[in-house]
Each structure stands twice: as structure tokens, then as C-alpha cells.
Design a binder for this molecule. Sequence first.
Ligand code: FMN
Length: 337
Amino acid sequence: MKLNTNYLGFNLSSPIVPSASPLSENVDNIRAMEDYGAGAVVMYSLFEEQIEHESHELDHYLTAGTDSFSESLSFFPDMNTYVTGPDLYLEKIRRAREAVDIPVIASLNGASPGGWTNHARLMEEAGASAIELNLYYIPTDIDISGEQIEKRYLAVVKLVREAVGIPVAVKLSPYFSSTAHFANELCKVGASGLVLFNRFYQPDLDIYNLEVVPSLHLSSPAEIRLPLRWIAMLYNRIPADLALTSGVHSYQDVIKGLMAGASVVQMASELLKHGISRIQDILEATNTWLEEHEYDSVEQLQGSMSQMHVADPSAFERANYMRVLKSWQEDPMGTAL
Ligand SMILES: Cc1cc2nc3c(=O)[nH]c(=O)nc-3n(C[C@H](O)[C@H](O)[C@H](O)COP(=O)(O)O)c2cc1C
């Protein structure tokens, strides 16, 4: 059976897309992803801070030099050819583009409107098929309202949208007062896809050494439920393709994501832990399941358990909360949860 799916205007050969992670720093890994059946690949992120830092450093360097020696400009390499962190990223896009036929999605990570967003155009020129814009920000300022933050995000998306001709997907956090409304606003400023959701890495406290410890844990399968629910609720309600990220570890998770309404499911933790070849195992098992359950295509499956299509749409809303709490009394071991 064919596992084709449409995402961001591309017809992908499969719905599994390795998400942004260090795996894509290496072009051999990207080749392996394609060989094992990935439909596309999202590169690791280039961060706003990297771009801004670099341009400040370079400005300072050049200005300091020209002040002291008028002829010194000739010593410096041309700004455009200077090999920098962001330049290395563009080089990796070029190499990936040459190495594989699947779409290579570049990842730009930031949160404030500024010149760094122009890097999206350089990514397009380097051969990126699409941009995944990760809006990762922790709003801590007590004087800034949610509305101001949303406006800022929309301005960033608009800038990136205006910089490129290729599709732009936005990877966002689950923490909005009105997630569905904001998702639709993102579409209005030009997002063709939404990637749900960013995983937040919460620091821990070391009570013995009195330190705040940054810690990275890979995801667990239970984490799929948050994006699953929102994808089910947004499917066919907003004009964007949906990608599910967080907690995809098995073929069951792939099927759940597609049934909820995702066009693709992204994977990082599972591939980091068990290797890129997991893509093939999971695709084969997905295929077998679809055949056994007499599905002819991914399209037939997609959205079949979205809020619009399930028998009880309230299962995704407040009524579900009340039912879940009640199920504890009926089933104290919690197996129904
Ligand atoms: C080691 C590591 C590095 C990551 N780097 C990035 C990154 O550069 N940009 C990004 O958008 N997400 C990044 N992520 C998040 C993943 O793309 C993904 O959204 C998240 O891990 C949830 O998916 P999972 O449950 O399949 O791991 C990273 C995740 C891990 C574990």
C-alpha cells in the first residue's frame, strides 16, 4: 500500500517526518532517514540569537578595524562570504538538498520581530523546501499581556512569510488562552502548516547543591495526548496542514496522529534513542495495520477521529474532564484512563 500524504503542498511518500534534532546535523543521517522511508526531514534549528550575535560581533569587528586602519577593510573577507555559524547552517541545507530527494525543511527558531527573519530567504536560496518557524519563548514579564505576545508572534510569522516564496509552517507552544483562535490567526498571516506542539524543557532543582539544573528528558508515549487532542479539534477548522510532534514512538501513535487529523507525524526522541531505522519498522507496522483494517490510503484515515467526525465531539472538551475524574471512582486502578 502507498503511504502517501500531502504536507505543505508536497506529496510525501510517507507520513513520518524526523523532527528538528541533532540527528540532522549529519548528512549521512539525513540520507538514512530517506532510505528508511521518511517523507521529509526537518533540520535542527538555527536560532535568532545565533544570527543576531553573529551580526553584532561582525559589525563590531569591522567597525573597530576600519576606525584604526582605513585600508583595513581589504583584510576582511566579504560579509557575504564569511563562513559563520549561520553560514554553516546554509551549507548544511545545500549538502542535504544534494544528498536526498525528499523535502528538506529548514528550522528557524526565535520570537522577536527583527532582521534575523531575513535568514529565511537565505535558507530558501540554499535549497530549503519549506521553513519551520519555531516560536519558542517563555513570557515572564509581568507588564506584557498575552495579546501583546501574540501580536509579536504574528509579526514574526509575517516577516518570515514575506521573506520567502516557499511554505512556512509554525511550531508553537500549547500555552495560549485561546489556542484555536491563535492557530487561525497564524494562518491569516501566512502559515501553511502548524506543528503541534513544542515540548518545554523544565529545569529541575538540585536540593543538595542548591542549583537549578537544566535537564533534557526524551519524551514518553503519554505525551502524545496533548497534541493529539488539539489536532483533533483543529482538523478542517483552519486552513493549515497539521503536523504532530511529541510522544510519537510506535505505529499506533502514527495511526492515532493521522486519525486525529495530522498530515504527518514528527519523531525525535524515538529515533535518538533507538536509531533512524525505527522509521522503517514503524512504517511497515503502520502499513500492516492499515491493510488488516482495510484502509486503502492515509487520506482515508486522516481526520477520521477528529472532533468533527467522532460520534461524541464533547469527548475532546470540558465534558471529557468531568468523565475522566469520574472514571477514577468507577475504576480506581485508573486503567480506564
Ligand atoms: C536533543 C533534542 C534536540 C532538539 N532540537 C530541536 C531544535 O533544534 N529545534 C526544534 O524545533 N526542536 C528541537 N527539538 C524538539 C523536537 O523536534 C521535538 O519537537 C520534541 O522532541 C518532541 O518530539 P518527540 O517526542 O518525538 O521527541 C529537539 C529535541 C531533542 C530531544
